[in-house]
Design a protein around this ligand. Sequence first.
Ligand SMILES: Nc1ncnc2c1ncn2[C@@H]1O[C@H](COP(=O)(O)OP(=O)(O)OP(=O)(O)O)[C@@H](O)[C@H]1O
Ligand SMILES: [Mg+2]
Length: 418
Amino acid sequence: MPMQERLKSMCGSYVTGPDFWGREDDIARLRQLIDGGANIVLVAQRRMGKTSLMKELQRQLSSQEDRPWLCLFIDLQGAQSPEEAITELAVELRRHQGWGKKIGHLIGNFLRAIRPEEIDIKLFRIKFREAVTSGDWREKGNELFDALAKSEKPVLLILDEIPILINRILMGRTRTITSEGPSRVSEFLSWLRGNSIRHQGKIRIILLGSIGLAPMLRRANLSAAINNFVPFELPPWDHITAARCLRALAQESGIRFTNDAEIAMVEKLGICIPYHVQLFFKHVHDNCCTARKNMLCGPDNVEAIYRKGMLGTSCNELSHYEERLKGAFDERDYSLIVDLLTEAATSPPLRPDTIAGIAEDSAAEKAAIEVILQTLMHDGYLRETPEGEYVFVSHLLRDWWVSRHSHGYVPIARRAAR
Ligand SMILES: Nc1ncnc2c1ncn2[C@@H]1O[C@H](COP(=O)(O)OP(=O)(O)OP(=O)(O)O)[C@@H](O)[C@H]1O
Ligand SMILES: [Mg+2]
């Protein structure tokens, strides 16, 4: 009998190595592009497994025997400015053996007696950030790139959460685009683009993120800023991959699906975003092991677990979606988003006349609604039907949105009649 596949249930942070499921084709496609010298922009929906894919790629490339790569992974989630982004690049370099010495001179003459490779990462970050100014971040950044280009290994630089950084530069601490925002973003992106061109063939760059990078750049009139980066689409798992994953998770934890319950799970989700598959399994696991104390799980259990576990009030794990949208739009646009998504979820499809009604009700300009719809499609909430109407892509997200926002919601058709 063939060995049953097994997978450890992991829900939350990125996964790699034995915890990383599927994605062989995506890794192969990426490796082909990288080998061909491409710089890449990978933007996919929230929780699609972008970070995991990059960490797995990093693991594979840096450990290959014949031509190991120097792979740097920089998380820009906390960065507010180009200066902080450069600092994170230096910090990541500093983590690698021998690099503290090579970049130490950029910090200046502080603590002459202490060599940069001897100070801990936290202090290094503080000192580097103090040494970078709004006047010299480009030169310091260029020096980091020049140092990297001298590495004997080929270099892959992965910048995660780039749209969050761009959004912060664009808006500062406010929730609207500031007057200097677009020019600062433009400076940063042209610096990045310049280095990608200057070190072509030696350093590859991958930009990652989940909040609409393209619509954001369009909004700031910067669409051409990174047009030398090849777009890479990361799709959801197909149903076969997701069902196999569920069987492997069940195998590992001693659960047995009956009457194709795992197929019922996949169908409930509609679109198999890896995190949603893992999250659904976690609820199945809790239900079998704790609530029912029965390791058999059939389609009826799946239905109940979906309603109570995935959509219930105790499940806050999808609120990431809302938080990201809140962070990327000002209050007025966010309330438009709530109207559009609630209409699309409660009385699908979202038709052009409903959209016009929402625009009129909040005195919003057509262009603002257009940007929002583009972002909601780009980020995988909605898709446009051939009839020019909009529907939710993920059943789970639609059902979850209904459970969160339909209570007390006054549909636009009834608002107009008031
Ligand atoms: N290849 C995979 N194999 C198994 N589980 C995965 C895989 N990819 C993603 N997951 C699941 O999704 C979760 C989130 O993964 P990850 O952080 O890589 O996603 P992300 O797209 O970077 O998310 P975010 O939008 O929050 O940045 C993981 O904890 C895991 O549960
Ligand atoms: Mg991520």
